[in-house]
Design a protein around this ligand. Sequence first.
Ligand SMILES: [Zn+2]
Length: 342
Amino acid sequence: MTAAFVALTLLLSPTCSTAKASSAITQFRKDDSINTTSQNPYDTQRELYNKLSIVTDVEWYWVAAVDQYERSMSKARPKARPLLGETVGVFIDKERWAGMLNPDDEDNSPLSIQWFNGIGKDGDGNGVAERNSDFDLLYSLIRHVSGQGTSDEQFPIGLWDYYQNSRSVQRIEQFAAIYKHYGKLNLYDHAFPLPIGNNYSYKDTWGDKRGWGGRRIHEGTDIFAGHGTPVRSTCYGIIEIMGWNRFGGWRIGIRDLNNHYHYYAHLSGFDKTIKVGDIVEPGQVVGWVGSSGYGNPGTSGKFPPHLHYGVYSDRGLIEWAFDPYPMLRRWEQAEWRSRRSK
Ligand SMILES: [Zn+2]
């Protein structure tokens, strides 16, 4: 599917220039979290996680979740967190790796790093603790975090000690839950939030002023559809928030493995079988279009029924909204294509 997407982008590109090609591939990597051009990147990654799980006694889904969280942080802040390895997303700065008081911040001797309380370790057994080795990077981080214990209960305690931030711990727990549920890494398919057809309309309303709630700008896309139209998850993810919000009405927030928060607002109701912490997949119905919001719980009908869909990118301590409109168009077109090919 991924290769097909890149190929298709090239075919559809009117200029078909090399620049266009490379930007398509960059986009593909950004979405699908792959830094390698090998044939089966997920297999390569999974092999690494399995090996690390064996040598650290930490379940593979924790290893995968830590790596994916680190990757999402590096993508959000590429200047502060340059990529160190080939395929892993882990960033560890020189001081942390070699030890704060180590006079040699490029130190790669496991013994002297240990002496200076650095966290760098030699995971692959070649005698040096290399800060640019995939195995050594992820091994060092997992070994450090699992110092508090390797069980599902103990591992998050080590995460807290390392990140000193409850958001980071929550993200990694969420990612681990998704990986554990599916038992695989390739979880980046998407769906359009409404069943595709002719019964809805939307346009790019990014940044429009809104009528209610002060000077906030519009952070999302409004998809107008009839009351009761099913609303579906656009991604593989985990339900982070569900309930009433003064602006959004009945709203649901779903976190995916790119560390994007998908926000669905103004629903008329939720699917009764789902709750916070549940895993959802692309196309799964989570609720129904409505016109709830702009007041106390239960307020409805202050505007025409529509789905407000927003996407936020987690950058560590803050989240940035970005325009979901181009992605919506892409997902909608992909669904039309796959329907036609059936
Ligand atoms: Zn809206």
